[in-house]
Design a protein around this ligand. Sequence first.
Ligand SMILES: NC(=O)c1ccc[n+]([C@@H]2O[C@H](COP(=O)([O-])OP(=O)(O)OC[C@H]3O[C@@H](n4cnc5c(N)ncnc54)[C@H](O)[C@@H]3O)[C@@H](O)[C@H]2O)c1
Length: 277
Amino acid sequence: MSDTVSNIKEPQKGSRHFRLAQKVVVVTGAAKGIGRAVAVRCADEGAAVVLVDRDAKTLNDTVEELKARGGENTGYSSVSGDISDESTIKAMIDAALERHGRLDGLVNNAGIFGAYNRFENNSTETFDQMISVNLRPAWMAMKYAKPAMLASEGGGSIVNVASMAAMRANRGLSLYGMTKGAVANLTFNAATEFAKYNIRVNAICPGPIDTDMLGTVEEFIDGRHSDVSRAKINETIPLGRYGKPEEIGAVAAFLLSDDAGFVTGVRMPVDGGQSLE
Ligand SMILES: NC(=O)c1ccc[n+]([C@@H]2O[C@H](COP(=O)([O-])OP(=O)(O)OC[C@H]3O[C@@H](n4cnc5c(N)ncnc54)[C@H](O)[C@@H]3O)[C@@H](O)[C@H]2O)c1
């Protein structure tokens, strides 16, 4: 664990840019990619953010970026640890309560892609690893977040970053798809059970987003960052391009905000229309 600044910005009434003022949000996988963009967007909208990642060095770079963007005003903390350890999940929820006084939002984003493999060639160890990073921490974090949100009063919002792989088959990605499908299902179940406490639970299902993770898909086609790989992926997307991590950050901020006060239990594709064809 490193820096903590615990100020929470006064709400700026009427300003859409401060939709998350006085809210405290935990974001996992915040060091880079989508998680980093979500954390930055939440801070820009006025939230105090608890950033969680196992990559302490890169996480620190993200913290520095938050500071540079005025994070001293809103508050931030970092928790470095592996989310497959229950102690990291407890530590991040505790960080929200103890360092910032409440918990309003949770973004279960950290995940791994694994390798392309034929169904029968996946080992039991790989199966267990995919579950232990992509699924179990999301379940555990929701479980610990609920009492923390209840103690904070006013409800809460949980955003699970699933994938379009939750909704369809992707050859060679059975274990990744399995974990994302299960995260989407947990989203429905938590949404119905938590609704009476005004805790909303939604899933974002990104299509191809321009991060290091997508490089694994490019590698499989014609090489990482290859123009051929990019062109082939772009052909599958009606909008004709990769999504930007910031475009997931924007949707997450909406779902975390009171603007989404009547939205719960959705699996929201953010995929440039890829799932339509
Ligand atoms: N990039 C895409 O095209 C895409 C599409 C659909 C879904 N997603 C999902 O979005 C989420 C973020 O993906 P990304 O593209 O930003 O990936 P990324 O690889 O760029 O970043 C993932 C981050 O999570 C962290 N992380 C991974 N395992 C962890 C662990 N066990 N403990 C703590 N931190 C851990 C990494 O250190 C890294 O900072 C993932 O859940 C992924 O499955 C991504």
